[in-house]
Design a binder for this molecule. Structure first.
Ligand SMILES: [Fe+2]
Ligand SMILES: [Fe+2]
Length: 162
């Protein structure tokens, strides 16, 4: 097992997860500000899942004797158009899936099966995130602006009911 290489790839994954957490929280804040409750919740929930991924990666890094480099791979992109926000989220998830698949293969060949399995589990979960964002992209395309308007109306109904 090449612990140094495992730690290096795990820290790359930490950077990607941090980038996702920041980007999705940014989207969550903006959707919430505009009253798009469903999208706001979706990004909040997925950012929390990414935090759990980060924790799993950090646990493994520390177990291997490394330290956690909390540096996001990239800064937040300040995009505010719902379809472009979903497009960016899909791109980030699909890059994560392909990175985790590649890193699982490399690390498996270096006989660190626990880290390999972690990358495989994360790849599987990032695929489900991709799928969520893809469904919402299709809904925006199929229903147009009414889809966003309904999210705002749902929020208003809830507030008036309380
Ligand atoms: Fe993740
Ligand atoms: Fe994800």
């Amino acid at each position: 097992m090449n612990k140094i290489h495992s730690i290096e790839l795990l820290n790359k994954a930490v950077g990607d997860e941090l980038q996702s957490i920041h980007q999705y929280l940014y989207f969550h804040f903006h959707f919430e500000d505009r009253g798009y409750e469903m999208f706001s919740k979706l990004f909040e929930q997925i950012s929390i899942v990414e935090m759990k991924h980060l924790e799993l990666l950090a646990d493994r890094i520390l177990f291997l004797g490394g330290d956690v480099e909390l540096r996001p791979t990239k800064g937040v992109e300040k995009i505010n158009e719902p379809k472009l926000m979903l497009e960016l989220a899909k791109k980030m998830e699909s890059e994560s899936v392909s990175n985790y698949n590649e890193w699982a293969k490399i690390i498996g060949e270096e006989l660190d099966v626990v880290t390999k399995r972690l990358f495989e589990e994360l790849a599987e979960q990032e695929e489900t995130h991709y799928n969520e964002f893809d469904i919402e992209t299709d809904n925006c395309n199929d229903f147009g602006d009414i889809y966003l308007a309904l999210q705002s109306m749902k929020r208003c109904n809830k507030e008036f009911a309380e």
